[in-house]
Ligand binder design. Structure first.
Ligand code: NAG
Ligand code: NAG
Ligand code: NAG
Ligand code: NAG
Length: 555
């Protein structure tokens, strides 16, 4: 027996108007099989990936058709990598004209069945993390002599705007050259597409010839049809065929849409808010840097490199503070100082001297950071606290719940805390919860040669606050997703979705109130477009996607 458990979002019957959030479950597929080795008598004769992006929402279908050319039954594997942010919405196998859908079970029940399968000594598989941005979905099925099987996996994700662009990552590694291989991407964005770029490992050398792109004002198509020969001769490929990613980057037109863009479909709405051409807000930023013994070696070296670069990027009217900690807390200066040339010079000297040693007192370090920011209030600025750590709290207060409570009551929702977890020894859940409780976010920094670039990359995303205290107000709506945000940064995007009460468009209204460099601003009447319901009810799916993500974050 083979058993797959992966977190998935399911869509009851999409024909119905309601998507129940309780449908969050675990996708479990049980397939009876005998363990055998994989060989080439298994012929993947067709492999298609079809991705449709509508208003930043990507629905991707992978269809793999496989034939057992042997005169005996054979176990056939299906392994694909999908984006970590995606939910699997459907998995179907078709054998000899008969279809089997992945069965969706409640999480506990699935976990129970999974444990049972393992305790009976049967092989078990699970959706597992591979690398930074992808996770693997695996299953297998036994197929009779000279028979065929079709695997069809659908996954969905809302593309997130980072540094002024969206990225759709498609991985292709069919494990052998495939005579009928296709990747089709179709993007439709009603504000218009500002630019489109196709990159990734599959877009190099030989393979560029197999890519075609075409565009109209609001639509774009990317097709990738490599021949059998191209699939084995490119740089990243081998006798096992293609192995790599296609990375599609694009941005939508913004100029006309400072109040944002609202899309309404079938009783649901989604509001994208990413105003441009506003003045940046000077910031007060405090960096809290772990220098405990575990940071020894490359990690502390990369942290110093990244900090030096980040300091250079501060604007002249920013104020900043530096704290390093192990079991002791050191502050560079007892107050926030302006990012003047001479202050930056002494700060850099301080950073260059950071050495690793001792235990980890996260509690005291973060509280010190809060104190630094609180003791220097400045009108019309945006405060940001950034914690970088690679380990569990081991000194001072070590109880995680108590640290979280202390930090929350110190910050009081006044500014965001961002937590960067360095390496794999960190308790990332703890950091993530603490960040989310304080209006921030957590990011994993992978221990690798580019860790300093990852750190800088994160900083750049929050380097330019444009608005604070962003409140998205709606009338005539219900089941809203998160609607207040402590800060809005240049290059990002705020997305709110909800249900329109009684599907009554007459009463529906949207406005945004926020603070920009010391004065209140209101954005009214976003451009709204009511759509004819499409096959996929995209807007409703976006609402469900955000709701479930936010539910998961709370858990
Ligand atoms: C991709 O999927 C969409 C939606 O199901 C469909 O309309 C389109 O024809 C498919 N494209 C290809 C090339 O199969
Ligand atoms: C399968 O084919 C091989 C030769 O290719 C033959 O030796 C074997 O007996 C066949 N097995 C069955 C079950 O027909
Ligand atoms: C925001 O980013 C855009 C490029 O993405 C840039 O043109 C603009 O100047 C930035 N705004 C500020 C205030 O830095
Ligand atoms: C901004 O609005 C808030 C409440 O909405 C109000 O308390 C505050 O005084 C306003 N600030 C300015 C500068 O108008």
């Amino acid at each position: 027996m083979f058993f797959i458990c992966g977190l998935s979002l399911t869509w009851d019957t999409m024909a119905k108007v309601t998507v129940r959030l309780t449908l969050l479950g675990v996708l479990c597929i049980c397939v009876i099989s005998a363990p055998t080795k994989k060989e080439r008598d298994v012929d993947i004769y067709s492999f298609h990936i079809n991705s449709t992006v509508t208003s930043r929402y990507a629905i991707t279908v992978i269809t793999s058709r496989v034939a057992n050319r042997l005169n005996e039954s054979k176990e056939i594997h299906f392994e694909v990598k999908i984006s970590k942010n995606a939910f699997i919405s459907k998995f179907r196998m078709t054998i000899e004209g008969k279809s089997y859908d992945g069965i969706v079970k409640e999480k506990e029940e699935a976990q129970h069945q999974y444990s049972q399968a393992v305790s009976r000594g049967e092989s078990a598989g699970i959706v597992s993390s591979v690398g930074r941005t992808l996770e693997e979905f695996k299953t297998s099925v036994t197929v009779a002599a000279f028979s065929k099987v079709t695997f069809e996996l659908t996954y969905e994700e809302l593309l997130k705007r980072r540094l002024g662009k969206y990225q759709l990552l498609i991985n292709a590694q069919p494990m052998q050259p495939v005579s009928d291989f296709k990747i089709d991407v179709y993007i439709q964005e009603s504000p218009g597409i500002a630019f489109l770029d196709v990159g990734g490992g599959l877009s190099t050398d030989e393979l560029t010839k197999a890519i075609t792109t075409s565009r109209s004002e609001r639509k774009a198509w990317v097709n990738f049809y490599p021949t059998l020969e191209q699939q084995t001769q490119c740089k990243s490929c081998s006798q096992d065929g293609l192995n790599g990613d296609l990375l599609i980057t694009y941005e939508v037109e913004r100029a006309k849409y400072n109040s944002g863009e609202v899309r309404i479909e079938n009783g649901y709405f989604v509001h994208y808010f990413a105003p441009m051409n506003i003045q940046r807000i000077p910031k007060n930023v405090v960096f809290i840097i772990d220098r405990s013994g575990s940071m020894h070696g490359r990690k502390i070296h990369q942290t110093r490199l990244a900090m030096l670069k980040i300091l250079e990027d501060l604007a002249g009217d920013d104020y900043f503070g530096l704290i390093t900690f192990d079991r002791y807390i050191d502050v560079w200066k007892p107050e926030l100082l302006q990012a003047t040339e001479s202050n930056l010079k002494t700060a850099k000297a301080f950073v260059k001297e950071i050495q690793d040693r001792g235990a980890t007192d996260i509690n005291a370090a973060v509280l010190k950071g809060v104190e630094l920011i609180n003791s220097h209030p400045r009108e019309g600025t945006a405060s940001i606290l950034i914690l970088l750590t690679d380990g569990d709290p081991t000194s001072g207060v070590t109880n995680i719940e108590r640290i979280q409570a202390n930090v929350k009551s110190a910050i009081k929702g006044k500014f965001p805390l961002y937590c960067l977890g360095f390496g794999f020894d960190v308790n990332f859940n703890f950091l993530e919860k603490m960040a989310l409780e304080n209006n921030g976010a957590a990011r994993r920094i992978y221990e690798d040669s580019d860790a300093d670039l990852q750190l800088q990359g994160f900083y750049v995303e929050v380097a330019t606050p444009l608005l604070t205290h962003v409140q998205m107000n709606y009338t005539g709506v219900e089941s809203l997703t998160q609607a207040s945000f402590s800060q809005y940064y240049n290059g990002s995007e705020i997305v709110v979705a909800g249900q329109i009460t009684d599907n009554n468009l007459e009463t529906f209204q949207a406005e945004v109130i926020a603070v920009s460099t010391g004065h209140n601003v209101t954005y009214k009447d976003p451009s709204a477009e009511a759509l004819e319901p499409e096959k996929y009810f995209t807007v409703q799916r976006i609402w469900a996607y955000i709701s479930v993500k936010q539910l998961l974050e709370k858990e």
